[in-house]
Design a protein around this ligand. Sequence first.
Ligand SMILES: Cc1cc2nc3c(=O)[nH]c(=O)nc-3n(C[C@H](O)[C@H](O)[C@H](O)COP(=O)(O)OP(=O)(O)OC[C@H]3O[C@@H](n4cnc5c(N)ncnc54)[C@H](O)[C@@H]3O)c2cc1C
Length: 308
Amino acid sequence: MFAQVLLKVTGNPAVRGVMTRSRLSRSVVSRFVPGEDVDAAEGAVRTLTGTGMRVSLDYLGEDITQVAQALETGEAYRRRVARLADAGLAEGNEISVKLSALGQSLGPDGPKEATERAHDLVQHATAHGVDVTLDMEDHTTIDDTLETLRTLRAEFPRVGCVLQTMLFRTEADARDLAHAGSRVRLVKGAYAEPESVSYARKADTDRAYVECLRILVEGGAYPMIATHDLHMVRRAERLLAEHGKGPTDAEFQMLYGIRTSEQRRLAEAGRTVRVYIPFGTDWYGYFTRRLAERPANLAFFLRALISR
Ligand SMILES: Cc1cc2nc3c(=O)[nH]c(=O)nc-3n(C[C@H](O)[C@H](O)[C@H](O)COP(=O)(O)OP(=O)(O)OC[C@H]3O[C@@H](n4cnc5c(N)ncnc54)[C@H](O)[C@@H]3O)c2cc1C
């Protein structure tokens, strides 16, 4: 309820204008977004990979209105991939891509054109040894995104995707994607979804999380367990052990700046851990979703604003 209201309020253009124009304390935004520029993001990659973790880089550019912006997003990713490779940081690392940022919602041909741009990007990333996962956005985009995934996987089977367990449809999607080599990131879901398509109670989303994970594990997929919920992490560790799955059969993922001690604990226990690092100047949508996930983050943000 809190999350739905906050996402509605922060989605209002007037509120957005005030928040992005205000002199936000850099320390608040930088808790979740390490670098508006590439050098800062690269510093975060070095630090994390130096401790044995892997990363997924997300270029912040989701709210686009013109094809030129979609092309710029593709370019920004290509530059980032090339820099990772030049810096010797490609191996084991990944980029996460929102198809909206590649133009999925720009008119009737948007999904087809976004697929073509994603294809070029996956080709470039694969040539540099970097994996690609398609982020999942609000429920109206899922069919198009899964269609793009099918097209890309026909040529590049390692392309990953995301399933959101807050949605009624997701157990069926998990069954479709539960096969060997299928890289699937499992999340609870970050978007304000209507009750007609999503669970109202957190307990139901959590139950679906465990069930979808079981489906993926039993089907032989490669689950990417993306959650900061320690209860889910423990359930996942038990489930993997029960099915005889080792450190290379699954990975844990968390967002940059959240639950860092748990990230370290998992890595030290020999698990594969990947940290999702956003970079770029268009941080607003990403940042407000992080605020909505946890009331304490909003309090932290407001305190920083007031204390300026
Ligand atoms: C690597 C990664 C990739 C993701 N990709 C997508 C995607 O493509 N599409 C999508 O819809 N969603 C995505 N998400 C977001 C996800 O859907 C959830 O909104 C988010 O992870 C919060 O849910 P949770 O599983 O952590 O558990 P929750 O039940 O929401 O939280 C459990 C506990 O974790 C801690 N916590 C959770 N969120 C925060 C936060 N922001 N700040 C501080 N503490 C927090 C709190 O202590 C909280 O009590 C991604 C998440 C991760 C980790």
